[in-house]
Design a protein around this ligand. Sequence first.
Ligand code: DGL
Length: 268
Amino acid sequence: MDNDNPIGIFDSGIGGLTVARAIHKRLPAERLIYFGDTAHLPYGDKSAAAIQAYSIKITDILIREGCKLIVIACNSASSAAYELLREYSGSKAKIINVIDPMVDYVSEKFSGKSVGLIGTRQTIQSNIYLQKLLSKDPEADLISLATPLLVPMIEEGFMHDKISRDIISEYLGYEAFCNISSLILGCTHYPLIKDEIEDYYSGKVEALDSSEIVAAHLHKYLQENQMESNIRKGENKFFVSDYTASFEALTRMFFGEEIHLEKFRLWE
Ligand code: DGL
């Protein structure tokens, strides 16, 4: 495998663009191929079996595109399909998920402290964050809450307004969260409301955004394995399994710049 080969990144939709953005900023010489499975969004309310089937299909496409490494930029897919994808891709492409780098970070920085987690139903019900944290620190104290309204709220553009403030305070008013020191944003859409969440806590609780942490982890992995590209060969590509103009309009919000989405026929 050539170091100039691209890095694949996938998500159920465009939330994973927050991770792609952090990777692009940190590693501008890497060519990215992004796949948003907008035809099957949201993953957060799907069964693990359905998420696994979609994830295998997308991984296949990214391997065929020559990706040297694949980042699962979705907590729901990371919790339901990571082990399966690792086995499936074997030596063809290394798979990185968004949960392990966050677990490493939290167990290092917040050991002995109570930590909150918000995410989709799939991510929370899988209990994966707690299992992984406990394997690093048997005393880990994680309090989890599914917050399914946040993804549609963000996609509909309700941010920094009364609706978003009301929904956020309804969720974060959860009694068990009263002593948390930090809050894991366990969904790749949530970086867009990170400041609103920190405002809710008046800066007393740190909201932990996985995009920067995953980009730093990826950078270290590429360096350690001599897989870094020196110069970007070709443009980044952004595929979606279903195209609508409204998805494209949202990309600026998630990626920080306007990008062109190309439709990829997933099942043909
Ligand atoms: N991006 C997904 C995640 O991180 C949330 C959106 C969805 O439910 O598909 O879990």
